[in-house]
Design a protein around this ligand. Structure first.
Ligand SMILES: [Fe+2]
Ligand SMILES: [Fe+2]
Length: 411
């Protein structure tokens, strides 16, 4: 029994009570002469507590939370984020009422001000909750699999002229455990194949936690076709570190080895802190792949020095590294020149605004390089927004990403 589950449950209960008591009159309204809304409200809330409790009570058996259906988790997330956003206006109203209570202490009875809620703030609260709920629901229903091809021209110094307009399809963050639809993945694969890519590069987070997530999608992934190969690296989620299995325990090793095997069976050549030379006719370039390396709490199994040990720096070099923070922390100031790093990991937070000449997402305050192409000191990084999704099974503003990178010589 993990007693820590009671902390989030109590938090959710407090949100429920606060939101309910502030909108009592609304929930008391009748539909067909029955006060149905308040019963509906608490039925949904009690169902949520039960689901969360059921999935937590033997959290020691780590598989249980993992087995929760992603869309169920996501729906709970959407309901409570909506209520939580609606609370701010109510909270502001309560602060004003508190101020009024103090004010009234010094007033005669006839001068006391009204303590009831300000109608505008109450309406603002309901409007905010409804707007957040509708937007996030739209993101789940419509945008979850609305794949978008992001085309990007990239210039690289010393890129062989004979390889101008070289087509790389860059994908990332499939998170197969949340994907839930083989048909939709096949739709994405058809789009990728229709671009006739020279290379397909996958920059990690194939799964959420376990190699078993791959099985239903394995056959489909084998259909990814490119002229010169499909390559991949590991993301932080590919290590099984988030389900309570101790690193390097037998169980952990079994999961990890199976994941490596499955990647190869899916048709990816997995680069584990290593490099290969891609030779095409009489020209070539380096492709380097590192294990996950991320700032802060993320694992740092990536070893760039080891990865470049066997290659020279006289050729154009592309690096695959899951976490874009690796670029700023290690690659940008490294003596070995990386012309282009390809990363994923941010998912563009699955939420933001992206229109020509303007892009914003809250994730930009955590990762300076979070979507698209960035340049500094003659080095470049391209960050994929992720093809899959994690936690919230939807997207708002930042769509599932199939990046078509068109590489040419810098003239
Ligand atoms: Fe990811
Ligand atoms: Fe990641």
């Amino acid at each position: 029994m993990n007693y820590f589950i009671f902390i989030p449950l109590i938090f959710l209960l407090l949100i429920d009570i606060y939101f309910f008591q502030s909108n009592c009159d609304l929930f008391e309204k009748k539909l067909f002469k029955i006060t149905i809304y308040k019963y509906l409200y608490w039925t949904v809330s009690i169902a949520v507590y039960s689901i969360l409790f059921y999935h937590s009570y033997d959290y020691q058996n780590e598989s249980k939370f993992v087995n929760m259906k992603p869309y169920v988790f996501s729906l709970i997330f959407v309901i409570y984020i909506s209520k939580f956003s609606g609370i701010f206006a109510l909270f502001l109203d309560d602060l004003i009422r508190l101020f009024k209570v103090f004010f009234n202490l010094f007033q005669s009875n006839e001068d006391k001000v009204d303590l009831s809620r300000i109608k505008f703030l109450k309406n603002a609260s309901l409007f905010t909750a409804a707007a957040v709920f509708s937007t996030l629901s739209y993101g789940m229903i419509v945008n979850r699999y609305r794949f978008k091809v992001y085309t990007q021209k990239i210039k690289i110094k010393n890129w062989p002229n004979s390889l101008n307009n070289f087509k790389i399809v860059h994908i990332s963050d499939l998170h197969l455990g949340s994907f839930e639809s083989v048909e939709k993945l096949e739709e994405a694969i058809d789009i990728i194949n229709s671009k006739n890519p020279d290379l397909i590069l996958f920059t990690g987070d194939l799964v959420n936690n376990s190699f078993t997530e791959i099985q239903p999608f394995k056959k489909s992934l084998q259909n990814l076709k490119s002229k010169y190969g499909n390559f991949s690296v590991l993301g932080n989620h590919d290590y099984g570190d988030y389900i309570g299995i101790k690193r390097n325990s037998n169980k952990w090793i079994e999961n990890f080895n199976n994941l490596l095997k499955m990647q190869e069976e899916c048709g990816f050549k997995l680069l584990m802190n290593e490099s290969i030379e891609i030779k095409i006719n009489d020209v070539s370039f380096n492709l380097v792949g590192v294990e996950n390396w991320g700032v802060g709490r993320f694992n740092k199994d990536g070893d760039f020095d080891k990865a470049i040990k066997n290659i020279g720096n006289n050729k154009p070099t592309i690096l695959m590294s899951h976490d874009p923070s690796h670029w700023r922390e290690v690659i940008l100031n490294h003596d070995f020149n990386i012309d282009l790093q390809l990363s994923g990991h941010t998912h563009g937070m699955q939420f933001g605004i992206e229109i020509p000449s303007f892009k914003w997402s809250p994730i930009k305050y955590r990762y300076k390089e979070w979507a698209g192409l960035y340049k500094k000191n003659n080095k470049q990084i391209y960050v994929n927004r992720g093809l899959g999704h994690l936690a919230y099974t939807g997207r708002v503003g930042i769509l599932p990403d199939i990046s078509l990178l068109n590489i040419s010589n810098e003239v």
